[in-house]
Structures are given as structure tokens and as C-alpha cells.
Design a protein around this ligand. Structure first.
Ligand code: ZN
Ligand code: ZN
Length: 675
């Protein structure tokens, strides 16, 4: 078995993107015997700090670029990081445990701080894995990246290799393999291209509004003055901006469209002629992979300068922050029979590496030769044990799947599609690595006909109505990976928020295992009917008084239970930390869920079923409500800020229920502390 660990940091742009794309590349190329994990130690060791960093970073880089530059220079030109390594002791310990227990063959760092920790951990002992650093800055490379040693440095382009070479990195350590962009750019299935301008196709412009939002309306207006241009405006999660953009483009619906958050960026870039965006590292690299010339409308001093520099040196686009100039650059590109555009296109194509993730994956797989040289006495013991022990990563034999067993389930969870912190992919990894059997994602959907629903639809904390299809598609896309990699049944669900002005007129209803979207404006009974028509479960979410969370109770179903109990499949008897005795006293069918929004919510009430491991069997078990029990799940692993919580002394549900546990030495499949 080959084992590859990828360390990332969730704050900042690029690290996660790079890590995920590399993982996808490895999974695409490798046989089943390869194990690849992404680990964010900042998040698992310093959850709150990490949140702060993310906010501070986003604020700093977008609103106070000068301040960010100061910080960037401080880190670049002083030894502030080296001097403060002790403050990272907790993370170092976590990393040491991971490396010793996990015995990876290759360790990949997409964030430079990890390199300092590896150097520290292996100061006085032999290192038995190959250590690869993935640098994705271009040209302006912070010296943090190369102040420590690493077996190899993967860099996005020759220009960046040159910077590292001049800083003293040996030539044979440098691998120019490109920035790891999404696999879709390599497009093994189908290829996209924009309409041919030479044969009369209209120019298509893709405008990503990720900064400079104040100027955006003016840019859109000026772009619309060209009636033969087609315009796609991507506003991300900014619902207010979306409304503004829709208003401005109302009279030009046939040639302008506004989209929200999308996972179709590769396709969009490959089917447009010109991109307008800021000089974010990942975006610029994706555009290069997609061969789309760029008009850069913002460059944050410090790390983004190199991204733009790459475009400038290769003459593959232009820079302008002023709306008028942005549009006049587009005009010049398309003037004179697209002369300038053709040149930009030719130049950007020459530096494009659409299959970079596959190239990097291939290199990492080649590096990952199991050494079998135990570095420590303890590892000799481990090495002698057969590695065929049951593991969460090895799918069980078909026969064992058709038998009844104890299944741990969480049917009420939220992702970044509404107000959760993890993406769908991250949820699959998070629950999969913990040996869960079934996970239903139930992001919030609001009734736009209700006043509160209308308001909250503007906050971005619920799935915007226009993204519901994307949401279903995104979960569908992960189902196979969840099952193949973790034996985890992933289901699509929705939490229908029907909030009135008082707790007695408010209700949250879970639809579990849905096949397609349901109109959120339907009344409660029709919604339940629709859920049932799709074979799903209708479950009353936190139906009784909550003690632990600030917020309004949702008591409508409870107050009207004579009417609704016959219609509902189950009621939450527990939600995260709360437990609702009356649900038990009334002998109502029950389940318990975490209402997961962020990693620490894993410590919460869960449902345990004695059932066959199959979605239909699981739903039937809940409907009949026999062989259903609940458990208070505590995670035993480090990194979730439970160090001084006495509850961690209790056995975990994993050990009680005979799940594969990361603490047992005979289980090579699970890595500890992955959050
Ligand atoms: Zn709720
Ligand atoms: Zn919820």
C-alpha cells in the first residue's frame, strides 16, 4: 500500500484548492491500494484561531492590502516564524503522532509552516518518507517556502523555479510541473471551447466579481453597451450583489447571465474568450490552464504581484482597475479582427498545463515507495503485524454488507452550501475517517413566501434558491467516493426552515434521502407528501425546547402533534447537546442528530441502528423505529479542543461498537486526528 499525506491550511487562498486537486489526481491515477489524506492541522489544533485567521486573512487581503503587505514582508524578511515555533507545540505534537502512526511514504506540504515542524521533528532521527513541498506562488515567492529543506519543490512554472534556484535550492530538487488545477481542465471526458471568433462567433466575457464590488455595477453597465458581446457574471455567494447584477442586466437577458457560487469554473473558463478577475493565485492558474486571456482588475501587493507578473511577462492579458479602462482593454482585444486577442490566446496556450494535477500525482506516486525500514523500535512491532486488518478504507466483502449490523448515522448536517463550515467533500472525509456508516447532508432552505425566509435568503446562510440544483449535483458527485473510499452511505437532504415570528409558528423539517429539489414555498403537509413521494423520510428537527443554543425554538410540530405525528416518520429526540425527554415519554419514533455545522459539533448525540447497510433498509429501520438507539458520541482523537474535557476519558463509541479505531495498532487504515 502506498500512503500519501497532504498537509494544507484552510485559511488563505490556494492551499486547499491545491491539496484537493492533488488528491483527486492521485485518486484518478492510482489503484485501490493507495491511501491519500488531506490534513489541516491548523484547523484540528487551533480551530478557533483558524477561524480568526481565515477572517483576518480575507479582510486583510481584500480590504487592507497595505497591512497585508506589511505582514507579508515581516514573514518574508525576518525570522519571526522560526522564533515562534514553540507556540506551535500542539501542532508539532499532532504532526509527530500522525507521521509516526500513519507511516506515510510521502508527505506533501502545501503550506510552508509545516516544513518547519517536519524539520524540528526529524532533527535527531532518520526520516523515512519523502518530503515534497508544493509551491504555488508565482515569481513573488515568500521565502518561508524555501527557508527549510525538502526533498523536492514542485513549482508552477520556470519563472518560479528560477526564483528558488537563485535562493540556493539545488536544481535536482526543483520540479516544474504546474499549479495543481482541477482535473476538469485536463478533461478526460469531453473538451470545451468557446465559439470560433474567426467564423463569426460572438465574444464571450466571463466576469468574476471577487473583489472591487463597488466598481462592479459600472463595469457591467459598460460591458453591456456592446450588444454583440455575451456576458457571464459570477458573483459567488454575495446575494446582494447578485440582485444588483440581475437588475442591471434585466434588459439584456438574452446576452447576459448572472450566476452564484458554482463548481463549474473549469467549464466556464474553457467556454469563454476573456476573463475579468483579480490576481488570486488559484484563479490566475486556472485561467492559464483554461487558456483564457485575462484582464486583471486588482493586484494585492505582496503575493499576488507575481501572479499578475506572470500574465504581463507572457503577454497574455492586461491590468486595469478602472471600469472604463477594463472595458476599453476588452475592446482593443477584439478590435482589428481579434488581433490582440489572438496573440494573448496563443501566448497563454503556450504556458498552459491543464493536466498539472495528474503530472504532480504521477510524480508523487513514483516517489511513494514503501521503504519497510522501521525507524523506531515500536515500528518493528507494527511492521510485523499483517496489514490486512479490517480498515475503514477497505470496502467490506459484498456478503457482509447484506447482513444486519450496528450502524452509526448522522442525518442532520450542514455544509458551506448554507451556514456550515465544511464543504461536502470535507464532510465525506470527516465522517468517513471516523467510521460513520450513513451521513445525510441537510442544508437549510427557506420559504421565500415567509417574511423571515425572504430576509434570510439574502444572508447567504441558506441555500440560495438558484443553487439548489448545484447542491443536489454536488452531493450526487460525492456519493460514489464516499462509498468506495469509506463505506459511507451519503444521502441528500434538506432542512426546510419554516420560521414564523414566534416559536409556536416556527418549524424545521428534515427531508432525508431526497432524489430532487422540493419547492420551499409549499405548505408543511404538501412538503411532507413530496418527501414521501420521493421515498424520503420526514423528520421533525429539534421539535422541543432547546437549552443549549441561543436562538428561537421551533415548536409548531410539537404543539400540533396530533395532526402531524401520523404524517412524520420520526422526531429528533436529541439534537447536538440537547435531549428532549417528552419525545421519549410520548413514545414517538425517534432519531438523534448532531445538527453539525463545524468540526466540534461531532461531539453530539447520534443515531445507532441495527440494520442492513443499505439506504432503503436504513430508512425502513427508522420508519418502523425498531432496533433504533441513540448514543452520545465523543471523539477520542486529539485536536478538537477536548484536552481538558473529562469526557475524553470515556471510551469512544467506536470502541464500544467495535468500529475500527485509530488507536489500535493493527488498523493501518485510519489516521488519527484528521479534522
Ligand atoms: Zn434547524
Ligand atoms: Zn440544522
Amino acid at each position: 500500500m502506498k500512503r500519501i499525506l497532504i498537509f494544507t491550511a484552510g485559511f488563505g487562498e490556494g492551499h486547499n484548492t491545491a491539496a484537493r486537486n492533488i488528491r483527486d489526481g492521485i485518486e484518478f491515477l492510482s489503484e485501490e491500494d493507495t491511501q491519500v489524506e488531506i490534513i489541516d492541522l491548523f484547523d484540528s489544533c487551533y480551530g478557533r484561531f483558524n477561524d480568526l485567521m481565515r477572517k483576518a486573512y480575507i479582510t486583510a487581503i481584500n480590504r487592507t492590502p497595505k497591512l497585508w503587505q506589511g505582514f507579508y514582508n515581516l514573514v518574508n524578511n525576518t525570522h519571526i516564524v522560526e522564533a515562534n515555533l514553540t507556540s506551535l507545540a500542539r501542532m508539532q505534537k499532532a504532526m509527530e503522532e500522525l507521521l509516526v502512526e500513519g507511516q506515510p511514504d510521502t508527505v506533501v506540504c502545501t503550506y510552508p509552516i509545516y516544513n518547519f515542524l517536519i524539520e524540528e521533528i526529524y532533527k535527531n532521527r532518520p526520516r523515512h518518507f519523502s518530503h515534497v513541498t508544493v509551491v504555488f506562488d508565482s515569481i513573488s515567492v515568500n521565502s518561508l517556502w524555501y527557508r527549510t529543506n525538502s526533498d523536492f519543490f514542485i513549482v508552477p512554472n520556470d519563472e518560479t523555479a528560477q526564483v528558488l534556484r537563485q535562493a540556493g535550492v539545488a536544481d535536482d530538487k526543483l520540479k516544474v510541473l504546474g499549479f495543481p488545477v482541477q482535473l476538469d481542465f485536463a478533461n478526460p471526458v469531453e473538451s470545451y471551447s468557446p465559439p470560433d471568433l474567426a467564423t463569426g462567433g460572438h465574444p464571450r466575457i466571463l466576469y468574476l466579481i471577487n473583489s472591487g464590488k463597488k466598481k462592479a455595477p459600472s463595469v457591467i453597465e459598460k460591458l453591456l453597451e456592446h450588444e454583440d458581446w455575451e456576458l457571464t457574471i459570477a458573483v459567488g455567494r454575495d446575494e446582494k450583489l447578485r440582485q444588483t447584477a440581475i437588475q442591471i442586466t434585466a434588459d439584456a437577458e438574452d446576452r447576459a447571465r448572472v450566476i452564484g457560487w458554482t463548481n463549474q469554473m473549469p467549464k466556464l473558463m474553457m467556454t469563454h474568450h476573456l476573463l475579468i478577475t483579480k490576481a488570486g493565485g488559484a484563479t490566475i492558474q486556472e485561467a492559464i490552464a483554461g487558456k483564457i486571456p485575462i484582464i486583471v482588475n486588482q493586484v494585492v501587493p505582496g503575493q499576488e504581484e507575481g501572479n499578475y507578473e506572470l500574465i504581463r511577462r507572457n503577454n497574455a492579458g492586461a491590468l486595469s482597475e478602472k471600469p472604463k479602462e477594463i472595458v476599453s482593454w476588452a475592446e482593443r482585444a477584439f478590435d482589428n479582427n481579434f488581433q490582440l486577442w489572438n496573440l494573448w490566446r496563443k501566448n497563454i496556450t503556450s504556458i498552459s498545463r491543464p493536466d498539472s494535477s495528474l503530472q504532480i500525482a504521477r510524480f508523487l506516486l513514483d516517489q511513494s515507495v514503501p521503504t519497510n525500514v522501521p525507524a523506531e523500535p515500536g515500528e518493528i512491532l507494527r511492521a510485523q503485524q499483517p496489514h490486512a486488518a479490517p480498515s475503514a478504507f477497505q470496502p467490506h466483502a459484498e456478503s457482509s454488507r447484506s447482513q444486519h449490523k450496528l450502524l452509526i448515522c448522522d442525518l442532520h448536517t450542514h455544509t458551506t452550501f448554507s451556514d456550515g463550515k465544511l464543504t461536502i467533500g470535507e464532510m465525506v472525509d470527516f465522517y468517513g475517517q471516523r467510521g460513520f456508516d450513513a451521513l445525510c447532508i441537510t442544508d437549510h432552505l427557506c420559504d421565500p413566501k415567509r417574511l423571515l425566509g425572504k430576509l434570510v435568503n439574502l444572508t447567504g446562510l441558506v441555500i440560495p434558491p438558484s443553487e439548489v440544483n448545484d447542491y443536489f449535483a454536488a452531493i450526487e458527485k460525492e456519493k460514489n467516493r464516499a462509498w468506495k473510499k469509506y463505506d459511507l452511505i451519503l444521502m441528500t437532504g434538506i432542512e426546510f426552515n419554516k420560521d414564523g415570528l414566534t416559536s409556536k409558528t416556527s418549524t424545521h423539517l428534515l427531508g432525508v434521502d431526497l432524489k430532487e429539489p422540493i419547492n420551499p414555498s409549499l405548505d408543511l403537509k404538501t412538503t411532507i407528501g413530496e418527501i414521501h413521494a420521493q421515498g424520503g423520510l420526514a423528520i421533525a428537527s429539534h421539535p422541543h425546547k432547546m437549552r443549549s443554543v441561543w436562538g428561537k425554538d421551533t415548536l409548531y410540530l410539537w404543539e400540533n402533534q396530533d395532526e402531524y405525528a401520523p404524517l412524520l416518520d420520526a422526531w429528533e429526540i436529541a439534537n447536538r447537546d440537547d435531549i428532549f425527554n417528552p419525545v421519549g415519554l410520548k413514545r414517538l419514533p425517534f432519531v438523534a442528530n448532531s445538527d453539525f455545522h463545524k468540526p466540534k459539533h461531532i461531539h453530539s448525540w447520534k443515531t445507532v441502528l441495527w440494520s442492513e447497510k443499505d439506504p432503503e433498509a436504513i430508512k425502513e429501520c427508522i420508519r418502523i423505529n425498531r432496533d433504533v438507539s441513540i448514543t452520545l458520541y465523543r471523539d477520542h482523537r486529539f485536536g478538537l479542543e477536548l484536552a481538558d474535557d473529562p469526557a475524553t476519558d470515556n471510551p469512544t463509541v467506536a470502541s464500544l461498537l467495535d468500529f475500527p479505531s485509530s488507536n489500535s495498532d493493527d488498523d493501518p487504515g485510519l489516521l488519527p486526528g484528521v479534522a
